[in-house]
Design a protein around this ligand. Sequence first.
Ligand code: TRP
Length: 72
Amino acid sequence: MRENDFFVIKAEEDGVNVIGLTRGNTTRFHHSEKLDAGEVMIAQFTEHTSAVKVRGKATIQTNHGEMKTEGS
Ligand code: TRP
């Protein structure tokens, strides 16, 4: 995935967390965004963000395809 490609996360329940993890030698949470049902976040991987963790029921689209998390 190129850094400027976008990925899309759509919350399928209230309280879905989209957590950004830092790029570089240490891997730590740097941002947590809470989405309610139906809310959509459109984001990129950046200089600061190399990984994203999604907690809760959501649909995720990337250029690798679409997947759903199972949620709690
Ligand atoms: N300031 C962060 C950055 O530029 C914002 C961000 C980009 C982000 N992509 C993200 C936060 C994905 C959470 C998840 O890296």
